[in-house]
Design a binder for this molecule. Sequence first.
Ligand code: FO1
Length: 324
Amino acid sequence: MMGRNGKGRILALCGGVGGAKLALGLAQIASELLTVAVNTGDDFTHLGLHISPDLDTVLYTLAGLADPLKGWGRAKETWNFMAALKQVGDEDWFQLGDMDLALHVERTRRLSSGETLSAITRIFSKKLGIIADIVPMSDDPVRTQVVTDKGILPFQHYFVRERCSPQVKSIVFAGAEKAALSEGFSAALNDPDLAAIIICPSNPYLSIDPLLSLSGVKEGLAGSPAPVIAVSPLIHGQAIKGPTVKIMAELEVSPNALSIARHYGDLLDGFVVDDKDEDVLAPLNAMGLETRAVSIHMQSLDDRIALASCVLDFANDIRISRNA
Ligand code: FO1
């Protein structure tokens, strides 16, 4: 399997909580070969602080600091700042934990001194003892805007303040057309020795599409010698958490693994579904996709490692069958 005897690097495309679980599994197996390219479309400035939620979720998750229930923010967090904010402020809809604040304050300080998001993320990773290469998808601003029946909402207003209740009409990635890939993302994507590209089980529409919207990404995926494998974020038509199914219904896409595979289209070489979804294997194969059906509900660390191991073996199998 890659990462034990193989030398090729592994590139994972990742959003927030769901994707970070698989990124942790991959890091447990091959952290020194792993690059995790993370969505920054959810970033926003809040109370004067630059918040990068998906980068923070991946950092905390790979550092073993993430809150195990929420998946975002830190474990054993305290909320004195929020209590004090409620006494004097108005914007208390976005929960900022006392320890979590340190990341936002330090990132904001470094950004205002001219450091890039990539450089800051590299420093945070090193300080938190993370070996995998965590990179923002871009150092330029890209902001997910959700076009809803209540108007165009910045991502966190839709996702947190309005709790995903407005009806989604479409999703726009403001700035994507002129944003450059981060150096780390571009280097990994265009690495001729790349052994696998994994699209983690994040929300395709909110968390993966921002990465795919950047110029050069779809071309890089299509041109890479590495197999491109996506893991379904749905099990039997249900998302583990988050608004994926609601958004698919609102976008008039039937909420099943087949729709997800169709959404990624010919970018994929392989698709991993849950063993409860074996009924979609035939239509997936008919699309020309290699498939695997395994348990993809990652509840424990062992589950995360097992799925990561299966995905890396899958990539190896595809590469071997191609070179046969
Ligand atoms: N998600 C919530 O549902 N409510 C919150 O108050 C909240 C605060 C928060 C603070 C820091 C952070 O890194 C993430 C936070 N999230 C919160 C999660 C975040 O909105 C989502 O994880 C991503 O933007 C989408 O995956």
